[in-house]
Design a protein around this ligand. Sequence first.
Ligand SMILES: O=C(O)CCC(=O)C(=O)O
Length: 266
Amino acid sequence: MSKYVTEQQIADYQRDGAVYIPGLFKDWVEPIRAGIARNMREPGPYAAENLKPGETGRFFDDYCNWERIPEFVEIVRNSPAAQAAAELMRSKSAQMFHDHILVKEPGTSKATPWHQDAPYYFVDGEQNVSFWVPVDPVNDATLRMIAGSHRWPKMVLPVRWLSDQNFYAGENDYLPVPNPDAEPGKYNVLEWKMQPGDAVAFHYKTVHGARGNLAAARRRAFSIRWVGDDARYVTRPGRTSPPYPGHEMKDGQKLREDWFPIIWQA
Ligand SMILES: O=C(O)CCC(=O)C(=O)O
């Protein structure tokens, strides 16, 4: 019997690779806002500005900071995230992979390109999930996901967000990046208008993207990423994102628990 998500939400997640969970983090909106503010005041080594000169607004992102941000430590350890992740993954454990903040200031025209997270990550396996949690109301600037893309036979070509350059060599090993807006009706695109503290849970292989934020309000989002029992380290054809230099893991190993702690266990 699951505690934080319904059987229907689990079935939808497994089928579509994405599901909307209203209110999952409703009691955690203020800590998330405070954590994002602290993260932006004290950015980490991977902090990035994602606009080219002349593009309007600001699109800031940063990741892998949770252990030095007390609000994020609280969320990772004490919010519903870990157990809800285990329930959605149908896993006996939930192991923390990393946190990510993505902030689009008002008037940001830059879209988040369509992409899958899996090819950037050094994680193989089917039991994984990211929660994308806005802490501002989102309409047009919400996350958009291609239903069922987590079951596509090949992964989608990973590209760099700022330059659109390939992330690794070997373009032919991947599917081309889809553009659902150019081919209406070809894909089933899931997207929801969301309130602060709602969550979308999505699989690392689910193709997703987001429009720019042309609204008058900020769009602050917190992503928190988990792996389950079957997750194993896999070498990718180049430096992964996040890179975790010096991790010393080898193909087929479970992610090292001193860096990626198990937060919840059945
Ligand atoms: O917030 C966004 O614009 C994109 C989020 C995303 O790509 C992610 O959380 O993996």
